[in-house]
Design a protein around this ligand. Structure first.
Ligand code: PGA
Length: 254
């Protein structure tokens, strides 16, 4: 999938209505000056509709932070892919490590969500990453490959189905301790090779892009985004801060 540098802002359970509104207006304005950067924001569910309206006609894209694997039904508290799309979402984050940790999401659940997102026409941003202990044990590559195989097993993407893989080492998320850019690149290469084993190389090139996520900000973003192996970043904390979010958009404009 041909790709501009991608900056995804995952605002998590942060920012109230006023703060979300103020930030999105500034992001929209800044993004309009940098047409070669793909900017995607994931606000809280309750603000998707209003942010979606603000973004109408702009190049900034909207993402859900999660979704359910069925499109409707008796699933209290859940939100469906068609609902996200009705609010203007084009993307959805799936399998974030915080959901794996606090909500016990499994690779199987993430697989089902991803399949549903693709069927409905959303681009899934699928998060993959190892814990600090797994890294210490020297099993990082094995762990990320196992996650990848469990999530993507059985899926054959059609030509039009784009998928974003976000390599997010769990120990780097929200800790201020980012992964070394070269190490992130190596792990993403491992993931890309595993994908090439599952699909053909041209499918991987056509349908997949890769992001790095974990303690990135405007001062470090260019160390990661190289337009080749790492196509962009998935950012939490820094994306909720105006200077940092705008700084990241500017930094990757080539
Ligand atoms: P962080 O979060 O940038 O605050 O580390 C990244 C993420 O959760 O995607």
């Amino acid at each position: 999938m041909a790709s501009h540098p991608i900056v995804v802002g995952n605002w998590k359970m942060n920012l109230n209505s006023k703060q979300t509104g103020e930030l999105i207006m500034s992001v929209k304005k800044e993004a309009s000056k940098h047409s070669s950067v793909s900017v995607i924001v994931a606000p809280s569910f309750t603000y998707l509709d209003s942010v979606g309206k603000i973004l109408k006609g702009s190049k900034v894209q909207l993402a859900g932070q999660n979704m359910f694997w069925e499109s409707e039904g008796a699933y209290t508290g859940e939100i469906s892919a068609p609902m996200l799309m009705e609010s203007g979402c084009s993307h959805v984050i799936i399998g974030h490590s915080e959901r794996r940790k606090y909500l016990r999401e499994t690779d199987h659940m993430i697989h089902r969500k991803m399949v549903q997102a693709l069927e409905c026409g959303l681009v899934p941003i699928v998060c993959i990453g190892e814990t600090f202990e797994q890294r210490q044990q020297g099993i990082k590559d094995l762990v990320v490959m196992q996650q990848l195989q469990a999530i993507f097993g059985g899926l054959i993407p059609t030509e039009k189905q784009n998928i974003v893989i976000a390599y997010e080492p769990i120990w780097a998320v929200g800790t201020g301790q980012a992964c070394d850019p070269n190490e992130a690149r190596e792990t993403i290469q491992v993931l890309k090779h595993a994908l090439i084993d599952m699909y053909q190389e041209h499918v991987v090139q056509q349908n997949f892009v890769a992001l790095y996520g974990g303690s990135v900000d405007h001062t470090t973003i260019t160390q990661y985004v190289d337009g080749d192996i790492i196509n962009g970043v998935l950012v939490g904390g820094a994306s909720t801060r105006l200077d940092s979010m705008l700084g990241m958009i500017r930094a990757v404009d080539t």
